[in-house]
Design a protein around this ligand. Structure first.
Ligand code: 5HY
Length: 245
């Protein structure tokens, strides 16, 4: 089975880390292809960044359809372009926020999301609502860390994330932690060891869930809303996005 993990930001160092974390949980026989699009933002920290990350992400989905990819993971906690990607792909597509929240709801009574910048809290809350996970989501918190600080060993990111996760358990009444950025994937085990509660990284969660869906031969239904988009012309910089059928 071949699974494509798409980091919609263009920071290759983070993509390499995400790929390594996915391979660490993938089953034998699963090939993980981890990519960043040729175009997009260096990090995604706003609605503007998210919107501009989607065309590159969709180019990678379209390429995956030509490469015989069985399933996809969108490795950004905003799950940007998830439904558009599902329309384009035959196989299953999961977002890391969606996967992490669903697994969190199965191993505790409520979870807290710990994310990077405060300005992304709204998007995480919005996704919890959209996925019907808001009744399990005790709170969404931020460490006020820029996403790319996660790639800088001198930033003290790990200590700040552990501290915020500890505060979440003390103040939110939650018993599970969801890490709110793909760039935190490599910290999951450490945070779980320190705090002694389930800590969920969406990259690992989504990788295993996509594997399960493919194994169960479950693919996105093309009957209604998520059917392949109808062919039409796109102009300007988007000309290349026209679909043949
Ligand atoms: C992410 N941004 O997972 C999100 C995290 C965030 O570039 N990768 C990013 O803060 O929304």
């Amino acid at each position: 089975m071949r699974i494509k993990i798409i980091n919609p930001n263009t920071t290759q160092r983070m993509t390499d880390k995400i790929g390594a974390c996915a391979r660490a949980v993938a089953r034998p026989g699963t090939e993980i292809v981890a990519v960043s699009p040729a175009m997009g933002p260096a990090s995604i920290e706003s609605h503007y960044d998210e919107a501009l990350a989607v065309p590159g992400l969709l180019q990678e989905i379209a390429a995956g359809e030509r490469q015989g990819i069985d399933g996809y993971v969108i490795a950004c906690f905003g799950d940007p372009g998830l439904l558009a990607a599902r329309e384009l792909a035959a196989g299953p597509v999961l977002g890391i926020a969606e996967a992490a929240m669903h697994l969190a709801s199965m191993v505790g009574s409520s979870f807290s999301v710990v994310t990077t910048l405060g300005r992304t809290i709204g998007q995480a809350r919005h996704l919890a609502q959209a996925y019907g996970m808001d009744r399990f989501c005790a709170n969404v918190r931020a460490c006020e860390l820029p996403v790319l600080a996660l790639e800088d060993p001198r930033s003290g990111a790990r200590e700040r994330i552990v501290a915020e996760c500890r505060r979440a358990l003390e103040e939110d009444g939650s018993d599970v932690i969801v890490l709110g950025c793909a760039g935190m994937a490599d910290l999951c085990e450490h945070v779980a060891d320190v705090l002694g509660v389930p800590v969920i990284d969406g990259v690992a969660a989504a990788t295993q869930l996509v594997e399960s869906l493919v194994n169960l031969r479950l693919r996105t239904s093309k009957r209604g809303e998520l059917a392949r988009p109808l062919p039409k012309a796109y102009t300007g910089a988007l000309q290349g996005f026209a679909l043949d059928r």
